[in-house]
Ligand binder design. Sequence first.
Ligand code: MGD
Ligand code: MGD
Ligand code: SF4
Ligand code: MO
Length: 708
Amino acid sequence: MTSITALPITDLAVQSHCPYCALQCGMLFGAGSPDSPASVMGDPHFPVNNGDLCIKGWTSTELLRHPKRLTSPLVRSRGELRTASWDAALDAVADAIIETRDAYGPDAVGLFGSGALSNEKAYLLGKFARVAVGTANIDYNGRYCMASGAAAGNRAFGIDRGLPFPLADIVDAEVVLVVGGNPADTLPPVMQWFDRQKKAGGRLIVSDPRRTATARAADLHLQGTPGSDLALANGLLYLAIEEGLIDCQYVADRTNGFDAARRSALAYHPAVVERRTGVSEADLRKTVRWLGSAKSAMILSGRGPEQQSKGVDTSQAYINLALALGLPGRPNSGWGTLTGQGNGQGGREHGQKADQLPGYRLIEVDAHREAVARVWEVDPASLPRKGLSAFEMLDSAGSVGGVRTLLVMGSNVAVASPDAGRIDQRLRSLDHLTVCDAFLNETGSLANVVLPVLQWAEEEGTMTNLEGRVIHRRRVARPPGGVRGDLEILRALADRLGCGPKFAFDDARSVFDELRRATAGAPADYSGITYERIDRERGVFWPCPGEGHPGTPRLFADRFAHPDGRARFLPVADRPAGEEPDDDYPFFFTTGRYKEHYNSGAQTRMVGPLVRARPRPIVLIHPTAAQRHRIVNGSRVTLESRRGRIEFQVEVTADVRPDTLFCPFHWGGEHAANRLTNPALDPISRMPEFKLAAVRIAAVEAGEGDPS
Ligand SMILES: Nc1nc2c(c(=O)[nH]1)N[C@H]1C(S)=C(S)[C@@H](COP(=O)(O)OP(=O)(O)OC[C@H]3O[C@@H](n4cnc5c(=O)[nH]c(N)nc54)[C@H](O)[C@@H]3O)O[C@H]1N2
Ligand SMILES: Nc1nc2c(c(=O)[nH]1)N[C@H]1C(S)=C(S)[C@@H](COP(=O)(O)OP(=O)(O)OC[C@H]3O[C@@H](n4cnc5c(=O)[nH]c(N)nc54)[C@H](O)[C@@H]3O)O[C@H]1N2
Ligand code: SF4
Ligand SMILES: [Mo]
């Protein structure tokens, strides 16, 4: 097994990047056996992490030669998954696609992609759906992740690049407000930038219903009720107006629509907002004064305000505030959303989203269809239209008019989806399910065919980090025999579907060359980016419309991306969540992450040190609520929502609000937090409401003592 303590890295060390989150920390891999690098350390020269890694990064090489690694395709026969040859497995997948297409039409074939996929894979999966299968139904797990922040960015600024500036700009921001993000656990090396900001005299404000590690590092913690973020932001705009903090010149020169936003904010008197959010008027005033009187200030959003059925409007409410204070485009200032997955940014640009074509083009816009059809050498009319969003596609599975054959690449949908009990049933009712993964996760266990794939360190490709910086993942380890890359799998399937020539790529670089052509002139323009440039420049920021173009680390200094160059205010009103606590289900239930585990846990639940540090999910409950239910540290409670019931161990802590229970979603089956969550969807982004469901404590049992 790979050592987790860094061995000396020699001159032979190879630069690459972490398999997990959107920081894409630079790593140096030490020479080991030809099969697997002996050690890994943070790359001190990569300007995002500067040598830091989190515990997931340190331990990531354990995944490479893991005993549970799949090394042969699996095909279900007589009820069981059994090893099979690649030809047999690929034939089975292609036959299922063809049979479904013949019987029900192409839209009955669904494809589910991922923000874990490289740009090349996301691009090719999107092309595979539209050209080889001909289905409208392709979507991906970014719909569960960045869809609300992204939609708000597009609406307000005309472009969606999560951060419109490099992370290093944080250092010189006088004030930073982090809304519903917990980077101390979810992007740990980012904290170096906040530490430096603080040393330079800056202030940090965190809004979170939990007292998180990030909130502890803050100068001010706004511990509002789950789902009250929209009211909070409108309340801050009200106070900014009342306190004369609006940047009138900026509003006049660079924006549209302020009057309507101003009028709608006037309903958010501080007394009303204090009652709605639980945040005191004094703290609201302090927040707006700090933000409004600083020379530079940032509002950074995490999944807290975004994973709500009003996630887009909530994000817009914070953008309205940022615009009213004149922040976007000013140095060390602006609004941004902290992207989550390794390629959460690039993954939402290159066409694996139901409404999208490469380069952030839109599938419903004729000129965009024509541009991409030209590169693909197909008739624009042959391209399908917009398909179903992630949850809606899964929920349609097996039903009349729904998806009947599904291929999943890079997501553990059985664990990560809201109302996971229902999705489990839907997946079981499919005619055929294929999962491409390096491990047999909960979704793969339900599949008809599992195709074992290369892992991140065994193949090359590009990823786009949370700053919009396109980076190069190198091949640093030799794969075990028997596995194939996702690109090779798509090519083999396209061959079987009679589309081989359009997918005849020998490697990631040749796919990237086509991606560059397909994005030329588009919002997310990669045409000037090459592997060589990325290596030379330690990443290139899009848009980069030509090889002579320097790339764009900072957006909005002179203009926004709408045709008139202006940003848009929109009036947004608070509304109830899909489900609010009531007499039957009196608690808010909200979900999030541990530092030691990643998303559905499919990868990190197999890494020894991570499992030892966090063997199971634990529900946080406030002492007052605990006392009422005779709960002590270590008790086991059964939580019930309208959709399911789950038993958890508890930790009693004043870190969480008395009306709120918190639990991570990194486990499946009987530990799946998502058995309780509510699939109410945002009307614009189709983002599910992961951050708030109503639950009750149905039973309490004595447990094994203090869980911590
Ligand atoms: N260790 C680790 N790191 C990760 C990941 C991981 O799984 N584990 N996943 C990666 C991915 S894909 C993502 S998207 C990012 C996510 O990164 P974050 O957004 O930082 O992560 P979350 O923990 O989902 O949510 C952030 C906070 O929102 C709070 N919250 C809950 N409900 C509300 C609410 O109604 N309002 C507000 N204001 N806050 C609320 C939670 O208490 C939580 O602390 O992390 C990335 N990094
Ligand atoms: N309750 C609740 N639910 C949530 C969230 C929440 O905050 N609360 N957050 C949501 C968010 S933000 C996200 S991003 C999702 C994430 O949840 P998932 O979509 O399940 O993502 P992962 O757990 O990262 O699963 C990735 C899978 O893809 C595989 N994989 C990684 N790289 C590749 C590759 O290159 N090719 C292939 N074929 N496979 C690969 C891994 O082995 C793993 O099995 O969960 C969402 N669900
Ligand atoms: S912060 Fe993210 S990219 Fe960096 S080491 Fe940790 S998981 Fe990997
Ligand atoms: Mo995410």
